[in-house]
Design a protein around this ligand. Structure first.
Ligand code: PHE
Length: 463
């Protein structure tokens, strides 16, 4: 069970069996690394397109501010107060608050959601690896490359062997870092590579401006047409907010366990949310001009960036270099997110005497790989099997992101707002003024749970 030998959860700064972020900055980088990933650059543009643009974006931004930031704070504080894996932290904190230990099932749910998301996430991250490999080849090619983005993407999806190869590579990379301990490998990667991705994204936005379709993009993204909004649009926006901020599956809680005492949780959460949202909006501003300029369909689905960006890279000077850099950095961003998807399960297993960190990472990696095969085959040999018009991968993505993440967030908010001892919460948020603390408390007690619940009802057609 718990290694409680030398730890005093809640007040000590040493976590038995786990490490500690070296500074406040290290935690911000790691949490931003978790938040910024495929969710911002791959998922945000395509889900925005499927939901008609402006109104969706506005609801998404509202979800980030009203539900996202308070929940981000909640997960960090639970992690830091519990100082164990999310499952055991929840159990400990529930017991210390004189509540039932069954609250730990919020953590079990989180670890399972992480596994589900990581499976299709690894496949998509594999696409980015395949694309960077392709552009690397282009850099060294002597003949001009054939230009056929749709065909190229289709060819990749049609090949189970290629998909499995790249996703296996990605899972191995992720479990490698998790096995070493997140606080070691991760910090350096995030510190150097994330700013590079940000810079490349700015270059892509600059390119977008040069296409003459930037104005159209801005109005597409920011002028809302609420006639297109229904319960399902709001559910998708909520799901995207959770997905993008890594919320609802205890990944941030797991990272919170390694946060030093002197980190101000409120300001840190706001910084992470701002960085994450900034990247998503920039990605939108980079991608839609290309879509409009080339008369492509916005409703391309999950393939959106993989069929649109090649138009830009083919058009730009040194496009192969940019293509290589972009997809490689995107793979790195996905990598730093995948680690946080694995961490809750791995931290939990490695707290039991039966597993070391390495064997725990191997078990979680293997389980992820098996589930990922379902997504791979959904792209080709099983593409005919659909439920409600969705193949296995789409169904998994929909259920995990839009239903389970908000459900995880709802239960976390109820735990923090109603079950957790007020003394623990106030102590963790000691840097907040009384009025800000009350605002946070109001948001997690009432606003977040009620809003999520209402969105569920409205998407189900009940209201
Ligand atoms: N937030 C990550 C991204 O945007 C994905 C993620 C989701 C990570 C849920 C952890 C938990 O790519």
């Amino acid at each position: 069970m718990l290694k409680t030998d030398n730890s005093s959860p809640g007040d000590g700064d040493q976590v038995s069996g786990h490490g500690m972020w070296s500074s406040k900055m290290a935690f911000i980088l790691a949490a931003t690394g978790s938040a910024v990933g495929l969710g911002n650059i791959w998922r945000f543009p395509y889900v925005t397109a499927e939901n008609g643009g402006g109104a969706f974006v506005l609801i998404y931004l509202l979800c980030i501010a009203v539900i996202g930031i308070p929940l981000l704070m909640s997960e960090i504080l639970l992690g830091r107060a519990g100082r164990h894996s999310p499952i055991n932290s929840l159990k400990l904190l529930a017991q210390r608050s004189k509540r039932t230990w069954r609250w730990m099932f919020v953590g079990v749910l989180g670890a399972l959601i992480g596994w589900m998301i990581l499976s299709f996430y690894s496949m998509v991250a594999g696409w980015t690896l395949a694309y960077s490999w392709h552009y690397l080849g282009e850099i060294f090619a002597t003949a001009p490359p054939a230009f056929d983005p749709q065909g190229k993407f289709g060819g990749l999806l049609a090949s189970p062997g290629a998909l499995i190869f790249w996703l296996t590579a990605f899972i191995l990379l992720s479990l490698g870092v998790v096995a070493l301990g997140v606080e070691k490998g991760l910090e350096r990667a995030v510190r150097i590579l994330m700013p590079m991705l940000f810079a490349l994204l700015l270059i892509m936005v600059g390119y977008g401006m040069s296409t003459g379709f930037f104005q159209q993009t801005i109005s597409y993204l920011f002028s809302p047409d609420f006639s297109k909004v229904d319960g399902n649009t709001i559910l998708q926006a909520l799901g995207q907010a959770f997905f993008s901020l890594s919320l609802g599956m205890t990944g941030i809680m797991a990272y919170g366990a390694y946060v030093p005492r002197d980190v101000p949780i409120g300001r840190t959460a706001a910084t992470i949310a701002l960085a994450d949202t900034g990247v998503a909006v920039l990605a939108g501003m980079a991608i839609f001009p290309i879509v409009f300029a080339n008369g492509l369909a916005t409703g391309e689905g999950p393939g959106l960036i993989f069929v649109t960006l090649p138009y830009a890279f083919a058009d730009m000077s040194y496009g192969s270099f940019f293509g290589f850099g972009f997809f490689l950095l995107l793979a790195v961003a996905a990598w730093t997110s995948a680690i946080s998807l694995m961490e809750p399960a791995v931290a939990f297993l490695s707290e039991s005497k039966r597993f070391t960190r390495v064997s725990a990472a191997l078990v979680v990696g293997a389980a992820t790989w098996v589930l990922a095969l379902g997504s791979v085959f959904a792209m080709n040999i099983w593409s005919g099997f659909t439920i409600a018009g969705k193949n296995f991968q789409e169904l998994l993505e929909y259920v995990a992101s839009n239903l389970l993440l908000p459900l995880g967030g709802l239960t976390t908010a109820v735990f923090v707002g109603w079950a957790l001892s007020r003394v623990i919460a106030r102590e963790q948020l000691s840097e907040l003024s009384e009025s800000r603390y009350q605002l946070w408390r109001f948001l997690v007690r009432y606003v977040a749970p009620i809003l999520v619940f209402v969105v569920f009802l409205s998407a189900a057609g009940v209201i």
